[in-house]
Design a protein. Structure first.
Length: 148
């Protein structure tokens, strides 16, 4: 895998994380968007790159690595946008999209918020590594079915 492809994967993952952060601020779809971020970021990035013929997945390790990178980076980009916005809305505008989350972030210690963000990024990387493996397995299955 070359550097330009890794930069593209990084930019797409961060873009998806930022979009999910802004969409999570909406009251009723925030939970669904967060679930999408945790589980399906790698699927979206890999399918976009495969559709444009920029990504050829050669091995299981490559798909797992791409999935983990996508999950970690998108979750960190999400946290960098979402947490300050929730704190701003809670303290300045007294607006709570998710009241428990807003109260926690508005009154939590910086170390605890940082630790929680890193934990969620590692969890997202693990789940997205698995979904990256599933994408590899399904694309190989469809290739084999088309060859028959």
């Amino acid at each position: 895998m070359n550097i330009s492809l890794m930069k593209l994967i990084t930019m797409l993952s961060c873009f998806i994380g930022v979009v999910c952060a802004f969409l999570s601020l909406l009251p009723y779809i925030g939970g669904v968007v967060f679930f999408f971020l945790i589980c399906f970021t790698a699927v979206v990035v890999m399918l976009i790159l495969m559709k444009t013929k920029l990504l050829q997945i050669e091995s299981v390790q490559e798909s797992i690595t791409i999935g983990g990178i996508c999950g970690f980076l998108s979750s960190m980009a999400f946290a960098l946008i979402y947490i300050p916005m929730v704190i701003l809305f809670a303290r300045v505008f007294h607006y709570f999209t998710n009241e428990g989350v807003a109260i926690f972030f508005a009154h939590a210690n910086l170390f605890v918020v940082l630790l929680l963000s890193i934990f969620m990024a590692i969890f997202s990387a693990t789940v997205n590594a698995f979904t990256g493996f599933v994408v590899y397995y399904l694309t190989e299955l469809f290739k084999n079915m088309n060859n028959r």
